[in-house]
Design a protein around this ligand. Structure first.
Ligand SMILES: [Zn+2]
Ligand SMILES: [Zn+2]
Length: 220
């Protein structure tokens, strides 16, 4: 979770630290936000997806589960409904009074079988229906770790992330590189890109005053 640092003197501000992506379509799963401690320019490292793509794809059939028979043990079935849907007693009673009624949709077969067993042991009965298979999502490109800088384009316009060349060797299939060996895109200093301001450092990279303070994090 990134932390925002703000200078109380010149209002310089930078977000530092990690966040994980919600989607992996582009082949990256996380971003590490950095700042140059010398000139204050924001950089980032985008981290290529390490897991095999198959781990992320939903595999196997998907199911909808409906309650079709409450049986003799209403209280036990009501408990099973609440456990399955996460709803309250009133909601469970409404569902039990309206069989057949949907309990959950789009769960995998393992979960559907667990639900079926739960209701059977409570004396109820569910119907598990397979959903038609969805088209396979487009393949996720395999990427290497990438260093970027936040720059305004020459001639004006909105600032945007721009890819920086990597200095030194890259390692492994995901092209890991040493951050210490990289230089700041703007001031060319080496080893000044950090994702965390050491606690003993509190000088603002813009105005040089001892006024840089962590402002708490943001939820990602
Ligand atoms: Zn400052
Ligand atoms: Zn710099």
């Amino acid at each position: 979770m990134p932390v925002t640092y703000r200078c109380t003197n010149c209002r310089f501000e930078a977000d530092l630290g990690w966040f994980h992506h919600h989607r992996f379509d582009d082949g990256y799963f996380a971003t590490k936000l950095l700042v140059c401690t010398r000139c204050g320019t924001s950089h980032q490292v985008r981290i290529a997806l390490r897991a095999s793509i198959g781990d992320l794809a939903r595999t196997g059939p998907r199911c909808d589960v409906s309650l079709v028979n409450v049986g003799q043990h209403r209280a036990r079935v009501l408990a099973a409904i609440r456990e399955t849907t996460g709803g309250g007693l009133h909601d469970a009673m409404l569902r039990a009074a309206q069989v057949p009624t949907s309990l959950v949709e789009d769960v995998d077969l393992t979960e559907a079988n667990e639900i079926r067993a739960r209701f059977e042991s409570a004396g109820g009965q569910v119907d598990v229906r397979m959903r038609p298979p969805e088209p396979a999502p487009p393949p996720i490109p395999k990427q290497r770790d990438e260093l970027g800088v936040w720059v305004s384009p020459e001639g004006g316009g909105e600032p945007a992330w721009q890819v920086c060349p990597i200095e030194g060797e890259r390692r492994g299939e995901f092209g890991e590189f040493d951050l210490e060996a990289q230089s700041c895109y703007r001031c060319a200093a080496r080893g000044t890109l950090v994702s965390e301001i050491p606690s003993e450092v509190s000088c603002c990279p813009r105005c040089g005053e001892d006024a840089l303070r962590a402002q708490g994090g943001w939820i990602t």
